[in-house]
Design a protein around this ligand. Structure first.
Ligand code: ADP
Length: 476
């Protein structure tokens, strides 16, 4: 079986969030399971300097917007890169702090076209094109329009994975001719969406199969509360929607092999987690004292992640004796509020603004708890990674958080984290208080950490589920 994964980001080459972890890890896992798999992403700035990518010699010419755009196809061990400096040689993937790049529609429509042209020119006819999120969602539409009479793509099955339905790729209708899609498709039955062009809607309507990244999120996105306006369209495809949980790459995310952390440790011997905590307390400028609950947040500063709940709970957490580390970047308003908070809480709240992979490892290892009070969370990797490091998640019961964490039960002394339901600061703080109470009972807390560490969220099972789904779709 030949599988082509198309994505706008993938580890280890480029990453803004979980999508990169998923596309890079799934590619790696499918390859170990003897699938003839390829991955294709844009060649962003910096990739060439840091990885041994080489020019395949294949030239891609894409006529769009009354112009021939050109790209060069590069590769590195089964991973292919579309090089078009005009679109991708930029410091950021999708936009700067001021907002998204104004030519994103053209950039990613172009990328979708190059994915298909690259298949033809390298004579690689995939059985499955597995594409991800809005950036690659025009692929099945181009197959059904530009390539409808092309035998090469006749038997290709397309699979869309929705990683986050909150990001849909919405653009003004004027872009229709620029992206080379006939005007007639700007209709409610096709890619029109409340007066705009919606890339993700194209993926939802024209893919053969749709997956999303946890079972619960697969149910949530067909409701008006979580569907971001696409729930109606998704309902029409309900029988083709599957939930497959993301996995974690434990060759990278495991305290026993992690070279970024102060000292490695495992669930059999966790003494050195205390050392990692001490180091983190020191690095954050906190007074080093025993038994201070150290709470962390790692992620995008976006309203989705419940940053407002965190902001309105920070002082209470600190009054309750906790210290807080926050690592992230994102929405400028939220960043500014956090910067102001942090300046008033020096020595108690440490804010690290930016994307810092190495520091993220130290935070996972050194914290006692990680907080994820998300409004919605398609799957979430942070809680699964944290559990591997014996860092206990305190999360809202939604999406993948609900699928991967079992609420702590004091009577039976079972569970792997602390869940709360209502999206409000008091429900969130109650969950933190529950966690801190258990934290003071060392015996219970150690067992809780160990249960999390012994959970297996590796890619093996999820990749096997994707293979089953590919096979089922190919045979139907
Ligand atoms: P998202 O909604 O952003 O995809 P996930 O929980 O699925 O959230 O994945 C987030 C991934 O990005 C995790 O691997 C997390 O460790 C990493 N991450 C998020 N923000 C940062 C940051 N500021 N610095 C380093 N790593 C980060």
């Amino acid at each position: 079986m030949r599988v082509l994964i198309a994505a706008s980001e993938a580890i280890p080459y480029c990453k803004t969030g979980g999508l990169a972890d998923v596309s890079g890890s799934l590619f790696k896992e499918l390859a170990t399971m003897n699938i003839d798999v390829r991955l294709i992403i844009p060649l962003y700035k910096g990739i060439m300097n840091n990885f041994p990518v080489s020019d395949t010699g294949v030239r891609l010419v894409i006529p769009m917007q009354h112009r021939n755009y050109q790209a060069h196809l590069y590769s590195d061990n089964g991973v292919f890169f579309v090089r078009c400096d005009e679109f991708f040689d930029r410091d950021w993937l999708y936009g700067e702090t001021e907002g998204d790049f104004p030519d994103n529609a053209l950039r990613f429509a172009f990328f979708c076209r190059t994915v298909l042209e690259a298949c033809r020119l390298t004579d690689y006819c995939p059985d499955i094109i597995h594409f991800n999120d809005w950036q690659t969602s025009l692929i099945p539409l181009y197959i059904k329009t530009h390539y409808q009479n092309d035998k090469f793509f006749r038997n290709v099955v397309t699979v869309l994975t929705i990683h986050n339905i909150g990001y849909q790729g919405l653009f003004k209708p004027e872009i229709m001719p620029l992206i080379d899609i006939e005007r007639g498709l700007f209709s409610p039955e096709s890619i029109e969406f409340y007066g705009k062009v919606n890339f993700l809607k194209a993926g939802i309507l024209y893919a053969d199969i749709i997956t999303t990244v946890s079972r619960r999120y697969a149910e949530e996105i067909i409701t008006s509360e979580y569907g971001f306006g696409l729930d109606g369209v998704l309902k029409t495809r309900k029988k083709d929607i599957y939930g497959i949980r993301n996995g974690v790459d434990y060759t990278k995310w495991s305290p026993s092999v992690d070279t970024f952390i102060a000292k490695s440790y495992s669930s059999n011997d966790m003494r050195d987690k205390a050392y990692c905590k001490k180091k983190l307390l020191k690095d954050c400028g906190f007074v080093i004292k025993k038994n201070i609950p150290l709470i962390s947040f790692i992620g995008r500063f976006a309203s989705q992640k419940g940053i407002k709940l965190i902001i309105s709970t920070l002082s209470r957490m600190i009054e309750y004796g906790c210290r807080v580390v926050m690592l992230g970047k994102g929405d400028r308003n939220l960043e500014n509020i956090l910067i102001k908070k942090a300046s008033g809480l020096t020595g108690k709240l440490y804010l690290k603004k930016g994307f810092d992979e190495k520091f993220a490892h130290s935070v996972y290892a050194g914290s006692d708890m990680v907080i994820i009070p998300s409004q919605y969370e398609p799957c979430g990797l942070v809680q699964m990674i944290a559990m591997k490091y014996g860092t206990v998640p305190v999360v809202r019961r939604t999406g993948g958080l609900s699928d991967t964490i079992e609420d702590y039960n004091a009577l039976s002394d079972t569970g792997t984290g602390f869940l709360f339901d209502s999206y409000n600061a008091s429900a969130f703080f109650e969950a933190i208080k529950r966690a801190v109470t258990v934290y003071t009972h060392k015996n219970r807390w150690n067992k809780l950490m160990q249960r999390g560490m012994n959970k297996d969220f590796s890619w093996k099972k999820s990749a096997a589920e994707y293979i089953e789904l590919y096979k089922k779709t190919l045979s139907s």
